[in-house]
Design a protein around this ligand. Sequence first.
Ligand code: HEC
Length: 102
Amino acid sequence: MRVSPSRLLHAAVGIAACLTLAAQAQTPPNGRLLASNCFQCHGTNGKGPGFDKLAGKSATEIYKELTEFRSGKEGDNIMARHAMGFTDAQMRSLAAWLSTQR
Ligand code: HEC
């Protein structure tokens, strides 16, 4: 049986697509990577032990508290300093990820 070049190409494209998907599956989601900055104090995956538990809070709540810390409206200490390091998009992304943790 002869294999036509177009079939070979088709197979190669298929394999490449699988490899790309496999590589993506191994990359941690951006939100978790950013949220890992919080684990030292709020526990792995925000589940404690440590300071206030983050797991189980809604994304909106976490985002709101972070922006309040950043603006200086709430707290003047550790969290305020920490929140200054994140952009809005990064806060939304890590808050969204933390809210999936129960
Ligand atoms: C160096 C330790 C430290 C790190 C890192 C840290 N936090 Fe905090 N966090 C605290 C402390 C301490 C408090 C208590 C409030 C204060 O002292 O300002 C707090 C409070 C909070 C609160 C308010 C909780 C409540 O119920 O009122 C939220 C929300 C929060 N942190 C989110 C985060 C997020 C999200 C990250 C990661 C981006 C993070 N924290 C990283 C120490 C930390």
